[in-house]
Design a protein around this ligand. Structure first.
Ligand code: AMP
Length: 507
């Protein structure tokens, strides 16, 4: 019996229901430990109790989670949600300068860390060790707190690369995640037998699908050790050994396996669904997957962090030539996609326009940055009668003859490199801030998939020296593959840096 459909307001309700239905079933596992739904519920409540003990009666405040990807991160996220606050996962491998920038914006009420107290987070008011869970007690008065929240309260803030060098904190509500998770359930039929093989880092929005679908459906999420992605055979063996049947990865990871030739050699017995999102998935490599594993469901999901992970999808249902683009499909339920041309009119077939989104999925903007928020989240130009916000993605798309959306390119200079979203401006800002560097311009060599940095200097610096200095400022994946020192940067007729000329000088 289906019973009365009760609309959820807080993701803690997913956890509570699964803990009741499947108390002893493994919910999440990493290399070191497993956790059942009941244990997860208990530990999350203890985290909530620790937050109250240390921070007092706070609500709707940010709490940073600063630890390696692990089961403990999930415990922390849920503990924070239990306490009526919202989490922000920080990348422990990011240079400290970037972490400080994020902390400056976020001003977290507390930071939850793993074993060693992070000296680098001295500015944070409260530091809570996850180990303190052992001493903590469940507090009955706290465990009901989440019930007093509204579904528009934030669940998390994820920081993406900002074009001014300042990372932007995207605020997402419980409502956005619940709406998304319910749609995923109806579309992909996840259930208690689903075993997700998680690839996405927790500071990247693709992880939202794995985490919340696991909680909602009493499923299981296996955190795949990051190092395995470098070893195709070991990775495929791991998928089989852990009976992983569903993956939602960035295309780069799928492309890596396809190019390695491993798909010919190892059969993935249990794999049922291969979903992907985050960048273009080339049909060339998808066809290798489809040839080797023809019975799997493949789906191309599309969306930026600002719209709760995904706003359009295409379930692969026909053959494609290697060189054809794979559509990003149609809008998800309860979501409208407007493709607007430069005059803010809806485009016709084959006309290029910017993909704009309206719906429950929309973020509540950038944390602490009204100015950037009002640039990206704007009044729907097709409606002047009431407040109707759309998010302008900056992605250029068109409709094909099937009425499906096809992704074409970025409007600005944001790129996707090794699955990471990077604004070239952030690299330029970092390089430009180095002593001895006058001007810096980063371009992306699409053919060879490399970031090239052009600099003009005011001091005696070598390419190697610049690279080493940048290592302290940028995460590994943002570092330029090549640095070229020029006497002056070329300018176009408007007097702006001529990126087109620079791009043709990448070699
Ligand atoms: P992020 O906020 O990190 O998820 O990055 C969002 C950006 O990634 C989008 O604005 C697109 O430029 C790109 N992107 C996401 N999904 C796809 C897809 N399926 N195909 C092509 N580009 C994508």
């Amino acid at each position: 019996m289906h019973g009365v459909l009760r609309v959820k307001r807080n993701i803690v309700e997913y956890l509570k229901e699964s803990a009741e239905k499947y108390p002893d079933k493994t919910a999440f596992l990493d290399e070191r430990r497993k956790i059942t739904f009941k244990e997860l519920d208990d530990e999350a409540q203890k985290i909530a109790a620790l937050i109250y003990a240390r921070c007092g009666n706070i609500r709707n405040k940010p709490i940073a989670v600063y630890m390696e990807k692990s089961v403990e991160c999930i415990v922390s996220f849920l503990g924070i949600a239990y306490s009526g606050n919202f989490y922000s996962p920080l990348d422990v491998h990011s240079p400290i300068e970037r972490i400080h920038k994020i902390i400056d914006v976020l001003q977290p009420a507390a930071v939850i860390y793993h074993t060693e107290e992070p000296d680098e987070l001295d500015d944070c008011r409260e530091k809570i060790s996850i180990q303190d869970i052992e001493k903590a007690e469940i507090d009955i008065s706290i465990r009901e707190k989440y019930k007093n929240t509204a579904d528009i309260d934030p669940l998390y803030v994820l920081f993406t690369s900002g074009s001014t060098g300042q990372p932007k904190g995207v605020v997402i509500s419980h409502r956005g995640v619940i709406d998304y998770t319910e749609w995923l359930y109806d579309t992909f039929s996840f259930d208690a037998d689903t075993i997700f093989g998680n690839q996405a880092p927790f500071y990247f929005d693709n992880s939202i699908l794995d985490i919340y679908s696991t909680l909602r459906n009493g499923a299981c999420m296996v955190i795949i050790p990051e190092t395995l992605f470098r070893f195709p055979k070991v990775l495929m063996d791991y998928i089989n050994e852990n009976s992983i049947n569903t993956i939602f990865w960035v295309p780069s990871a799928l492309i890596g396996l396809a190019n390695s030739g491993i798909l010919d050699k190892i059969h993935a017995d249990k794999l049922q669904r291969v979903l992907f999102c985050g960048e273009v998935m080339p049909n060339k490599q998808l066809n290798i997957w489809r040839k080797n594993y023809p019975d799997i469901l493949y789906a191309n999901l599309y969306g930026p962090t600002e719209i709760t992970d995904v706003c359009s999808y295409y379930i692969v249902n026909r053959e494609f030539q290697d060189e054809e683009p794979l559509p990003i499909g149609i809008a998800c339920r309860n979501t409208e996609i407007l493709v607007l041309n430069d005059n803010n009119e809806l485009v016709g077939e084959n006309e290029l326009g910017e993909l704009c989104v309206r719906g429950t999925c929309l973020s509540m903007g950038y944390y602490g940055d009204q100015e950037k928020t009002s640039k990206a989240f704007v009044q729907n130009p097709l409606n002047s009668k009431y407040c109707d916000t759309i998010y302008r993605t900056g992605d250029l798309v068109k409709y094909n003859a099937y009425g499906e959306l096809v992704y074409v390119s970025r409007k600005d200079f944001q790129i996707k490199h090794q699955g990471h979203r990077i604004e070239l401006g952030e690299i330029e800002a970092a390089a430009g801030s180095l002593e001895g560097v006058n001007q810096a311009c980063a371009v992306y060599d699409n053919c060879n998939k490399k970031i090239v940095l052009f600099c003009t200097l005011s001091a005696e610096l070598t390419e190697k020296m610049i690279y080493r200095l940048l290592q302290d400022k940028l995460p590994q994946y943002m570092l330029p593959k090549k640095i070229k020192i020029l006497s002056a940067l070329p300018l176009n007729i408007n007097g702006k840096i001529d990126r087109v000329t620079l791009k043709s000088n990448c070699m």
